[in-house]
Each structure stands twice: as structure tokens, then as C-alpha cells.
Design a protein around this ligand. Structure first.
Ligand code: IPE
Ligand code: IPE
Ligand code: MG
Length: 233
């Protein structure tokens, strides 16, 4: 399976990455089931996309679902999957904001990949339906883990060689899931956790990091502006 090739435009604005954490705790504080927190989180992502686009962010990369998250209760996983279908289905809004969709994660046809067919279809459709937009690129990490990405890059370099593999920063970069993605300028993690959780380990080498106590469903312009302000400090 080959995804449409994304020609990511020259990046004028910054690359912001988000570990969208705290949906469960947000719901618990309100006496709601965890699934309601994920629903609120997906809605807030739409808001964060609008804010980031309005601030001239060139790339917004968000952690939607990790290779480690499959162990969660089945009903919760099902709910999160359906929310990704909803997210990738927001074509009108994405087009209205000139946002192009991109995806990183374990390639659908490779061993170990777990993205179900209905989410695969939603991802392919969203990429195709937003391909001509020229503004911000929204990359959704789904079935994504950075160690898997890096190990695969090294393995591909070796497999493509005749025993003379060159493992260098340039060859590693060109074998990442989305080689065109620039380095991250600032990484935001919500909900008071100060962990990286296997997200974009290669791409955050020189990133600023903004940890906030706010849960993902409550993240707004104030925190985004504070994170952006870190970039040139
Ligand atoms: C983030 O919120 C969403 C995903 C990891 C899919 P959590 O579900 O991790 O929320 P908490 O951390 O339990 O509050
Ligand atoms: C990280 O959040 C993954 C996503 C946001 C998709 P988790 O809530 O799964 O992270 P840990 O396990 O607490 O580090
Ligand atoms: Mg969490």
C-alpha cells in the first residue's frame, strides 16, 4: 500500500508537537466516563488546529494513539478509534482553514501494524481530500511509537544496502515515516506529566518543551501562545 506522496511546503512558521494527555482525568473530575474525556479532547483538537493555523504554525503534529495504547480496555480503544474517524472526517473545516492532513505510524502493510481498515480508509481519504491545501500541515500520529520508527529506519537502510549501509543523520531522516517533517520547535504536553512517552524522539532533539497542568480538553490559546513564546528564548 502506498500513501499519496505528500509534498510538504517549505516551512515558514514553527513546528509545534502535542502530547494530548489528560482526557481521562478531565472526565473523572466531572464524574463522567473516560470516553467523554476523549470526545472532549477530539473537539478541542479542532479548536487547537484553528488557533495554531491562525498563529502561522507551519506544522502541528499530535499524538493521537500510541503503539503502547492498544492495551487499554477494548471499549475505550473502540471509542478512541471512532473519534479518529471523526477527526479525519472533518474535511470541510480542514479545507476552510487550508490545513493539509498527514499521518505517521506503523505502515498499514508492515508486520505489527494495528490500524484497523476503517481508520486506514479515513486516513487515506483525509490525506487525499486536503492534498491541495497550502497552509498548516496537521500530522496525526496514530499507532505511532518513536522507537518503532527509528528501528525501522535503521533496518530499512541496512536492507536496502549491499552490506555497505551508511547510517547517518541524513539517511536516518530520509527513512522516517514522514521524512519531510522538519524538526520540532516546541513540544507541548498537557495534564501535568513531564514524560516524552516515546513520541518523536528523533525530531525533538533540539525542541523546547512546554509542560502544563491543563488537561488536553482545556488547552487553549493562552497556553499555545506561551509555548510559542518559548521558541526564540
Ligand atoms: C490522552 O488522555 C488520550 C490518549 C492517550 C489516547 P488519557 O486517556 O491518557 O488521559 P489520562 O492520562 O488517563 O487522564
Ligand atoms: C501518551 O499518553 C500517548 C498519547 C497522547 C496518544 P499516555 O497517557 O498514553 O502516556 P503515558 O503512558 O502516561 O506515558
Ligand atoms: Mg494519559
Amino acid at each position: 500500500m502506498v500513501l499519496p506522496m505528500n509534498t510538504i511546503p517549505s516551512t515558514l512558521g514553527p513546528h509545534v508537537a502535542c502530547i494530548m494527555d489528560g482526557n481521562g482525568r478531565w472526565a473523572k473530575r466531572r464524574g463522567l466516563p473516560r470516553t467523554e474525556g476523549h470526545t472532549a479532547g477530539e473537539e478541542n483538537l479542532a479548536e487547537v488546529v484553528r488557533i495554531a493555523a491562525s498563529r502561522g504554525v507551519a506544522h502541528l503534529t499530535v499524538f493521537g494513539f500510541s503503539t503502547e495504547n492498544w492495551v487499554r480496555p477494548k471499549a475505550e480503544v473502540r471509542h478512541i478509534l471512532s473519534l479518529h474517524k471523526r477527526l479525519f472526517g472533518r474535511i470541510e473545516e480542514l479545507n476552510a482553514n487550508n490545513v493539509r492532513i498527514n499521518w505517521i505510524g506503523r505502515p498499514f502493510d508492515e508486520p505489527g501494524a494495528r490500524t484497523p481498515a476503517f481508520v486506514q480508509r479515513a486516513i487515506r481519504q483525509a490525506i487525499a481530500d486536503t492534498a491541495s491545501n497550502t497552509g498548516m500541515v496537521l500530522t496525526v500520529a496514530f499507532d505511532y511509537g518513536s522507537r518503532a520508527e527509528l528501528l525501522r529506519a535503521a533496518q530499512l537502510i541496512i536492507a536496502e544496502s549491499n552490506g555497505d549501509a551508511i547510517i547517518s543523520p541524513a539517511t536516518m531522516q530520509s527513512h522516517l515515516y514522514s521524512p519531510e517533517l522538519p524538526d520540532v520547535d516546541v513540544l507541548i504536553r498537557t495534564s501535568g506529566e513531564s514524560r516524552i512517552s516515546n513520541f518523536l524522539l528523533w525530531q525533538i532533539a533540539n525542541a523546547k518543551i512546554y509542560f502544563t497542568e491543563r488537561s488536553w480538553p482545556d488547552l487553549g490559546a493562552t497556553e499555545i501562545d506561551a509555548a510559542l513564546a518559548l521558541i526564540n528564548k
